[in-house]
Design a protein around this ligand. Structure first.
Ligand SMILES: Cc1cc2nc3c(=O)[nH]c(=O)nc-3n(C[C@H](O)[C@H](O)[C@H](O)COP(=O)(O)OP(=O)(O)OC[C@H]3O[C@@H](n4cnc5c(N)ncnc54)[C@H](O)[C@@H]3O)c2cc1C
Length: 409
């Protein structure tokens, strides 16, 4: 939307150049504002937003929250993901979208039993089908219907005694590396965005105590930047300590988990389904296009599990340790999903990469009472002209960014 004569140009600092900050910066710049996008990394979109699985959640993952609060909370953003992302990057997301519906396998140690899972999935089907935006998902889900796999279909995927049941659910994912590359191009093409990369943010403070305009300065390792009319804090795992410097109260406990997964490219097409083993500390495989795959085994990829508001640094690279983790992820997945052996044997490249999962909640995934099984509270908090955004899910970022841009004028 072009800037109208009545809307003043504002100077806005957006902190964090993941999908949350990048999408916010693009929407604000296109509304005519002057945006500084500040990040400690050398390049935008190089953290969790590049190295995640890209599931555009309809709510099926959250069967341990039978209240459906999480499903409702994630659904609206996910149904807007494709149209808003396409507006931001200027091209369709279809080339990055998985070609088939996901399969969810119920592990015998799941925190939700198979029949309860089936009941929950039917309720999510109803939620999805009745949503006004159901046609706007990555594929049209107005007819959303999960289906329990019969024995033959299940055994074509797994003969593991650890698996109690399987379900096909109408959920899709996007290749986050592909999307990240498009965001980097869109940021570079936007003259109203000044990229300040390699710049760690240490604090945000009012420019002076009695400034009637409520403007801000941003303190970085290199000095002080600003004055800004607004600051948008989209620093993900780095967000809460900066909120405290701006004057927002931080929660007492938080969960920051650093997770590594395998990103594999094969030298020929491999016929493999996208499968998630639910619900608890298990793993999944994602087949984006027959040659690009995401493989994870949660307990082996979990490198840091921290409950403070400021997590320790991400673990340094260690080639020998990463080789051992990669081997074990492949072994654990292959024991349940034999198709993983073909993905590994046809691999032309395989990298172990990761990012933070930053969430309200505590506990461990093997505990059904853990609040990590819920994602029903993330979103936008404001302190005057200062905005702090908990992305919650990759899938929700474009809608949250759109809301922030609209609210800032
Ligand atoms: C393994 C894994 C799988 C996941 N799977 C899914 C999924 O399938 N679907 C889904 O919806 N979500 C998923 N997620 C969650 C998703 O990745 C995140 O919700 C999303 O990417 C967060 O985006 P962001 O822009 O807030 O954070 P990021 O992309 O991490 O960006 C934050 C930026 O802030 C910068 N930063 C932090 N602190 C500072 C500081 N003090 N100063 C300067 N810069 C700083 C970082 O350098 C980084 O660039 C997954 C996450 C992981 C790790």
């Amino acid at each position: 939307m072009p800037l109208s004569a009545s809307r003043p140009v504002k100077r806005i600092a957006v902190l964090g150049a993941g999908i949350m900050g990048s999408a916010t910066a693009l929407f604000l710049a296109r509304r005519g504002h002057a945006v500084s996008l500040i990040d400690a990394a050398a390049r935008p979109m190089s953290a969790a937003s590049r190295w995640n699985e890209g599931k555009i959640h309809l709510g099926y993952l959250y069967s341990a929250d039978p209240s459906l609060r999480t499903a409702r909370h994630v659904l609206t953003g996910s149904l807007q993901f494709a149209p808003l992302t396409e507006e931001l990057i200027g091209c369709p997301v279809a080339p990055a979208t998985t070609a088939t519906d996901d399969v969810y396998l119920c592990h015998r140690a799941s925190v939700v039993a198979a029949d309860a899972m089936a009941h929950y999935y039917r309720q999510v089907d109803d939620l999805v089908r009745s949503h006004a935006d159901a046609a706007r998902y990555l594929v049209d889900v107005r007819g959303a219907r999960s289906e329990r796999l019969d024995e033959r279909a299940l055994r074509a995927i797994t003969d593991s005694p650890d698996i109690a049941a399987g379900f096909q659910v109408p959920e899709r994912s996007v290749s986050t590396g592909w999307i990240a590359d498009r965001f980097v191009e869109a940021l570079a093409a936007e003259p109203a965005i000044e990229l300040q990369m390699g710049t760690g943010v240490t604090a945000v403070r009012p420019q002076q105590a009695d400034d009637p305009a409520g403007r801000w300065r941003v303190e970085t390792a290199d000095g002080v930047a600003g004055v800004y009319d607004h600051v948008v804090n989209a620093l993900w795992q780095g967000r809460l300590p900066i909120d405290v410097t701006a004057g927002l109260a931080a929660p007492q406990t938080w969960s920051n988990r650093y997770r590594l997964s395998l990103f594999v490219r094969t030298n020929r097409t491999v016929d493999a389904p996208s499968v998630l083993i639910a619900t608890g500390p298990f793993g999944d495989i994602k087949n984006y296009n027959g040659r690009d795959f995401y493989l994870s085994w949660y307990p082996r990829g979990l490198m840091v599990d921290s409950s403070g508001i400021a997590p320790p640094p991400a673990p340094a690279q260690d080639t020998a340790r990463e080789a051992a983790i990669s081997r074990e992820i492949l072994e654990r997945l292959t024991a349940i999903l034999p198709c993983v052996e073909r993905i590994a044997s046809d691999a032309e490249s395989m990298v172990l990469r990761g990012g933070w999962v930053s969430a309200a909640g505590r506990g461990v995934l093997s505990d059904p009472r853990s609040t990590l099984h819920r994602r029903d509270e993330f979103g936008i908090v404001r302190l005057g002209s200062y905005v702090s955004v908990d992305t919650g899910k990759y899938a929700s970022a474009p809608l949250l960014a759109h809301r922030i841009a609209q609210s800032l004028g």
